[in-house]
Design a binder for this molecule. Sequence first.
Ligand SMILES: Nc1ncnc2c1ncn2[C@@H]1O[C@H](COP(=O)(O)OP(=O)(O)O)[C@@H](O)[C@H]1O
Ligand SMILES: [Mg+2]
Length: 335
Amino acid sequence: MAQTNDIAIDLGTSNVVIYMKGRGIVFREPSVVAVDRETQNIIAFGLEAYRMIGRTPANVNVVRPLAQGELLDFDLTSAMLRYFVSSVVGKHLIARPRAVMAVPTGVKDMEKKALISTMFDAGVRRTQLLDKNIAAALGAQLNFLGPYGSLVVDISAGNTDLAVLYNSSVSVISSVHIGGDHFDDAIIRYLRKKYNMLIGERTAEQIKITLGGAVRRDPAVVMDITGRNLISGLPKTMSVESDEIYEAVLDQVNDLIEAVQVVVERTPPQLASDVFDSGVTLTGGGALLYGLAEAVGNALNIPCRVSPDARDCVVMGCARVLSDPSGMRHLLAHS
Ligand SMILES: Nc1ncnc2c1ncn2[C@@H]1O[C@H](COP(=O)(O)OP(=O)(O)O)[C@@H](O)[C@H]1O
Ligand SMILES: [Mg+2]
């Protein structure tokens, strides 16, 4: 019998991650597309397109078609998904795989249907969608399949999804426009205001990862950064310290903490004690911001932790459903 390589997909606003049954994670590339400004022809997808950010010739536009957690550009998203999936699935015309996929919150029903057709074009026999909150919680191994409440906070590039799950379903749900990108933007604004220094988004992300924090780094970390001085117009290198970047992102961190607090307050009393006991679990790439769990936990006085392999929780949640289709069928969206 031909082997079918069933797949799980996290179609994220910043990264697409694909898991293949029996093989583990086989694909991870940025959700970006490089487009020719004049002809609108697609030049590159994924990593190749990402490498063009900030250094593209004037005629190339590098787009993140899923930015902000809503499908801003459906055609580009679809082209990118088809390209990624067909590169992983190959041409198994006889044994077409099945897929379980999570898409960003805010994707409309019509668009979901169209994405499922795109998957079919890419060689997938049947695609089922899994709610992203449920995927994140399953991937983080949270206890919510029975009568127990769990709070999961998935921090993407464009937004943060918060959910209290109970008895295999979503009890309280919220989504806010705060994510990794907003931290990057705050760093760009801070350096422009304080030093008249203009940096690109890739540099800002690097600064966030190396120097940023939701708590102060102790000992402090220093890094040389290169940007353009807005007054002279010339490139400039200067050193920046972690305490400065902590200050730069403080407002965004506080907004995130407030979003968690709102969800805790909206949690029905019978679940609140579970949430207080088991605490808050952070998933997604944005959860890796230094000290974030500590800052949330201290502010709300609830235990808070970052799930192991936070960036992979959504795809691994989809993979769990793939591996146990009968036991977890009830979790799948009806599509
Ligand atoms: N070590 C890190 N520290 C802080 N932020 C990080 C780190 N690693 C990744 N990120 C951020 O995580 C976000 C991407 O998370 P991810 O879950 O892959 O996104 P999405 O779900 O939108 O595809 C980006 O904003 C990225 O900068
Ligand atoms: Mg994610």
